[in-house]
Design a binder for this molecule. Structure first.
Ligand code: PGA
Length: 227
């Protein structure tokens, strides 16, 4: 199985998002049983995309560590479950700017799983081992990991495909073969290289996913990789 996840972060209004989906409609036929394309959009846009997004899957970029209830400003897994199949948890931007600790990540992962939303758990070096070990009493096989080295995110300086594959192998060893994505300055020129060695099951693409032409090229590059 191959995955391509677009992470829009805090970008796009509803009309911009609808226009993006119209512009990529030519690649909808690339989605198959073995190739999932997942778009992680802001919460404000989710409901407007439910009808036009298939066969792409939708993801949230965050969820509450608490259940539904008196938590002003929060969005619980229960509220998300009819809108998304996936949720990104533990992204380094959330760890860095919003104080998301390993404990909070574990709570969010549990909430997601209870509502049958698949967590995409981000790990960054040099904390990778401790981040995974926090999760050992959660059913790890039910989620996807994304290796996102801090220095590579949004910097235009991706990890080397060799190192990313090495880390992916390491994560698979600890997690008993959970799927591992790579994220950090992926674009249409380097996307294929990360996938060639076969340890990386997909890509998590931030900035380059915002532009439809670039995103279409990345989809085409990943589609050509046999796995
Ligand atoms: P980037 O972001 O592709 O813009 O580096 C990746 C991510 O943060 O998920």
């Amino acid at each position: 199985m191959k995955y391509l996840v677009a992470n829009w972060k805090a970008n796009k209004t509803v009309p911009e998002a609808i226009s993006w989906f119209r512009q990529v409609s030519s690649i909808k036929n690339q989605v198959s049983r073995n190739f999932k394309i997942i778009i992680a959009v802001p919460l404000t846009i989710l409901a407007s995309l439910k009808k036009i997004s298939p066969p792409f899957r939708l993801a949230a970029q965050n969820l509450s560590p608490f259940p539904s209830g008196p938590y002003t400003g929060e969005i619980s897994a229960e509220m998300l479950k009819d809108l998304v199949d996936y949720v990104i948890v533990g992204h380094s931007e959330r760890r860095r700017y919003f104080g998301e600790t390993n404990e909070v990540v574990v709570k969010k992962v549990k909430m997601a799983l209870q509502s049958k939303i698949t967590p995409i758990v981000c790990l960054d070096e040099p904390y990778l081992q401790s981040q995974i070990h926090q999760l050992t009493n959660v059913p790890i096989h039910q989620f996807i990991f994304a290796y996102e080295p801090l220095s590579a995110i949004g910097s235009g300086k991706p990890d080397t495909p060799e190192n990313a594959n090495r880390v992916a192998r390491e994560i698979k060893k600890i997690t008993n073969k959970a799927p591992v994505l790579y994220g950090g300055s992926v674009d249409s020129k380097n996307a294929k290289e990360f996938m060639l060695e076969g340890n990386i099951d997909g890509l998590l693409v931030g900035n380059a996913s915002l532009k439809t032409r670039e995103f279409i090229k990345i989809v085409q590059a990943v589609r050509l990789i046999e796995q």
